[in-house]
Write a protein that binds this ligand. Structure first.
Ligand SMILES: CC(C)(COP(=O)(O)OP(=O)(O)OC[C@H]1O[C@@H](n2cnc3c(N)ncnc32)[C@H](O)[C@@H]1OP(=O)(O)O)[C@@H](O)C(=O)NCCC(=O)NCCS
Length: 158
């Protein structure tokens, strides 16, 4: 199994069947309308949706990211870090691990959507060379019933 070093004494490795509860709990922490344990059960069994976790030696998960791969394109479906671990560049370690694997695959383009008001995420994607290619108004539902605009971003790999 592949392992990448990460900050805060953690490392990044592929998620495993059995991680679904931790992933759903973390996702619910990061997003309004998080995905369910059942959703993660099926993602973990699909080669098209690889998941990477940042965890400690006991596999306590501090953050994770997930891709959806289709032919030579992929989309960053989600990336989320537990609030206690934010600001430590764990998301950078997750991005690096994903991109390293993608560079050895047929994927040449990576897409993502980000809430235009999400400054930490936008800073992260800027650092990895993502450029805005469009926007989707009213894309994200908010707890107050309003909606937020998503920026659609793309990076060329390799
Ligand atoms: C976006 C997110 C994944 C970034 O993860 P992270 O590991 O904390 O990211 P980093 O440590 O690389 O920090 C990214 C930037 O945000 C800043 N930042 C964000 N939250 C911070 C915090 N709580 N404390 C300190 N700095 C913080 C960092 O200073 C950094 O800016 P810089 O590049 O100018 O130094 C994380 O904030 C998160 O889980 N957010 C909720 C889910 C989410 O919005 N995901 C993205 C969906 S598109």
């Amino acid at each position: 199994m592949k392992i990448w070093m990460a900050p805060a004494g953690l490392h990044v490795e592929p998620a495993q069947v059995g991680d679904e509860k931790s992933l759903a709990a973390l996702h619910a922490e990061g997003f309004f309308r998080g995905w369910t344990t059942a959703d993660f059960q099926s993602y973990l069994r699909s080669a098209e949706t690889p998941i990477y976790v940042a965890c400690d030696a006991k596999r306590k998960i501090a953050g994770f990211s997930m891709l959806r791969i289709a032919d030579d394109e992929c989309e960053l479906m989600t990336i989320v870090i537990n609030k206690k671990f934010k600001g430590k560049r764990l998301s950078t370690a997750l991005m690096q691990a994903m991109i390293e694997d993608l560079m050895m695959s047929p994927v040449t383009k990576m897409f993502l959507e980000v809430d235009e008001d999400n400054q930490p995420a936008r800073k992260l994607y800027d650092r990895f060379g993502f450029a805005q290619i469009g926007e989707r108004r009213g894309y994200y539902p908010r707890p107050d019933g309003k909606t937020a605009t998503a920026l659609v971003m793309k990076a060329d790999l390799g």
